[in-house]
Design a protein around this ligand. Structure first.
Ligand SMILES: [Zn+2]
Ligand SMILES: [Zn+2]
Length: 193
């Protein structure tokens, strides 16, 4: 694994700036990967890891940088829960660890560096210095990962009976004898204009 500073440099480049979220995300991912005993998540261990992120903020980009898990590789799973937490799944050993940022870390950052007025600067520095135990809660968990959720899953491509668009990865829905995409089954997030 690289050092915190090396990952932060990579994260700043990928994300476009360095911020408190990058520090938090890099440290969260480094801790998760270390707990799983994975040394080289972007190299020799790159097919061992799936990461669930629970928020779509700055930290998420940093987590992707450290783990190498990306949406397009199906190794990054997004749960839109608005929580600063991620679960790291070791596919090889079927064990998983969830790392959540402690809500108290913001107040602790204020206490550590009251001399820094800018909150982002204050947290950036404090999140570098803080002990893992002060920054995160860590929990061993079990994650069910069915075959169609695995990064390398290859399945039949289905065509929606209504719109005719193709559907991968068993995302089709059976509704009154029809095979439908999620949009046609009523989960549409858009309306035609
Ligand atoms: Zn940011
Ligand atoms: Zn459809």
């Amino acid at each position: 694994m690289k050092s915190l500073d090396e990952y932060l440099a990579d994260a700043a480049q990928a994300h476009g700036h360095l911020c408190a979220g990058q520090v938090l995300g890099v440290r969260m991912a480094m801790l998760g990967v270390q707990k799983l005993g994975i040394d080289d998540p972007r190299g020799k261990d790159r097919k061992r890891l799936v990461t669930f992120v629970e928020i779509d903020r700055c930290a998420t980009d940093a987590i992707a940088v450290v783990t190498g898990c990306r949406l397009g590789k199906r190794a990054l799973k997004f749960k839109d829960w608005g929580k600063m937490a991620a679960t790291f799944v070791d596919i090889a050993n079927t064990r998983s660890v969830r790392v959540a940022a402690r809500e108290s870390s913001k107040a602790l950052a204020r206490g550590m560096h009251p001399e820094i007025e800018d909150k982002n600067q204050q947290q950036m520095l404090a999140y570098r210095e803080m002990r893992d135990d002060d920054l995160f809660d860590v929990q061993w968990v079990n994650v069910e990962l069915p075959p169609e959720e695995m990064p390398g899953y290859k399945g039949e491509r289905i065509v929606c009976a209504r719109c005719g668009e193709g559907i991968n990865f068993r995302r089709e829905v059976q509704r009154a004898g029809e095979t439908l995409c999620r949009a046609c089954a009523g989960e549409r997030y858009w309306e035609p204009v």
